[in-house]
Ligand binder design. Structure first.
Ligand code: S3P
Length: 478
């Protein structure tokens, strides 16, 4: 249950500011024919689907719940800090509530009031063994990052997740954590449930074979408990929220090029404890992307998104869509807790298309579903290469994208490591997101510019990252 009055009131303020900045004439729930273009339908088995009709514009002001990646990291580090942290605009994402649930089971004090979360940490050695199996539900970040922390504890833990998570590979974190001395076992040596017998860890230098922020973070968090220094070198840049968060909590971390190093708390001189923080979490750019795409696609759009996280390791999407011709501008840029934050203004534009490959894949990893679904509406199409990683996300995203794009009559070629989506006219269809939040939201956006009606089945899965996505879409649809 998330009380939403904070979000609403800040949205109203933002909408008024939007009127001043952009000269818009009709903003706010009252002036819109809410529900006319995006409507909810309840099916017999209580699964909710959303029905989307094409529209001409997406206009108004929007503020997003806190960034999912940052919320996970702040919550985990707050649980290891000495004292109480206050995290404002904490992510509304179901995934982050999975992290909070696990931390509570491990003995951290967790108090939720609206979008503010207070976490009482009892120090890096203050976690307690949980009598029940920890449940990361759908969240890869929860299970992989917590595996790092649990490896350093003096007790044993079991952690698992839902059907989707139980199919996702964990060997990528098990390998370096074992090298550090952790006793960690999984089903078939790769899948949840994981059984972790925490103990004494030694610092390692880990040359990561893949570009993954989750793997990097698991090793660095385990590094807090290791003897001496632990360092990780990544083959390509990935999001650096863990490094920035560790600095905020006063952990002895430093970065040099692609290598990040951390001193074990027991070994580091001076303050060997994490300090609690009081922080405002910026809005989630990966959620904003669906609205940026929708506003860009629809020619008469005029959208303003306030307070968005623009960390350079996440903001490659803005450069990419701008190169495609999108009319996106950034205002009010500032730094908060080491993270860049700003507002975005987006207008409708003609999109050229492009190719995503090589090192860019890791920087755009969560945005690839939306970019692929934009492909049919671009002049040259969208091609994604070197992205086999997409097959082991919340769903096999390459297969889910190809299948649903075909259902809408797009010209699409599925490949082992990506797909090519050629310019084509899309027709409304029934979309099966395969329980994957980003697939559901990407096709809701494509549906706005298709002809005819689209039905997104099991649309509630969007709640994994953005529970109010369809409500906001309804509000901004004109
Ligand atoms: C995340 C890292 C990425 C991303 C995921 C969130 C994180 O996963 O896809 O949604 O918060 O560290 P990988 O590290 O597996 O690429």
């Amino acid at each position: 249950m998330f009380p939403w009055h904070f979000v609403f009131s800040s949205q109203e303020k933002l909408a008024r500011r939007t009127v001043e900045v952009l000269g818009l004439t009709a903003i706010g729930c009252g002036s819109l024919r809410a529900g006319a273009f995006v409507r909810r339908a309840k099916l017999a088995n209580n699964v909710t689907s959303e029905i989307i009709q094409p529209i001409k514009a997406l206009s108004g002001g929007l503020e997003l719940p806190g960034d999912k990646s940052i919320s996970h990291r702040y919550a985990m580090l707050a649980a290891l800090a000495n004292g109480s942290s206050e995290l404002r605009n904490f992510a509304a994402a179901r995934d982050c509530y999975s992290t909070l649930g696990c931390l509570k089971s491990l003995g951290a004090g967790v108090k939720i009031e609206g979008s503010t979360v207070q976490i009482a940490g009892h120090g890096a050695r203050g976690l307690k063994s949980s009598w029940r199996t920890l449940d990361a539900e759908n969240s890869g970040t929860t299970i992989r990052l917590l595996s790092g922390i649990l490896s350093g504890q003096s007790f044993a833990s079991k952690i698992t997740g839902d059907g989707s998570l139980q199919k996702r590979p964990m060997k990528r974190v098990m390998t370096p954590l074992r090298e550090m001395g952790a006793d960690i076992r999984g089903r078939d040596e790769n899948f949840p449930p994981l059984e972790i017998h925490g103990g004494k860890l030694r610092g390692i230098h880990y040359q990561m074979p893949m570009a993954s922020a989750q793997v990097k973070s698991a090793v660095l968090l385990a590094g807090l408990y290791a003897d001496g220094e632990t360092s990780v070198t990544e083959p390509a840049a990935t999001r650096d929220h863990t490094e920035l968060a560790l600095l905020e909590f006063d952990a002895p971390v430093r970065k040099s090029g692609r290598t990040t190093s951390i001193q074990g708390l027991a070994a580091s001189s001076g303050s060997a404890a994490l300090r609690p923080i009081s922080a405002d979490i910026p809005g989630d750019l990966s959620s904003a992307v669906f609205f940026i795409a929708a506003a860009s696609l629809l020619p008469e759009s005029n959208l303003y998104i306030g307070n968005v996280g623009l960390n350079p390791t996440r903001a490659a999407i803005l450069d990419f869509v701008k190169q495609m011709g999108a009319a996106v501008s950034i205002v009010n840029l500032q730094t908060r807790h080491g993270e860049l934050v700003g507002d975005l203004s987006i207008k409708g534009a003609t999109l050229k298309g492009g190719v995503i490959s090589g090192d860019l894949v890791a920087l755009l990893i969560d945005e690839l579903p939306m970019l692929a679904a934009l492909g049919p509406f671009t002049e040259q199409g969208i091609e994604i290469r070197d992205a086999a990683e997409l097959r082991v996300k919340e769903s096999d995203r390459i297969a889910a994208l190809a299948e649903n794009l075909k259902r809408m009559d797009a010209a699409v070629e599925e490949r082992p490591d990506g797909l090519r989506v050629s310019p084509s006219r899309l027709h409304g269809a029934e979309i099966d997101p395969r329980g994957d939040h980003r697939i559901a939201m990407a096709f809701a956006v494509a549906a706005l510019a298709a002809s005819g009606e689209t039905r997104i089945l099991d649309a509630g899965c969007a709640g994994v990252s953005y529970p109010r996505f369809f409500e906001e879409l309804r509000r901004l649809a004109e």
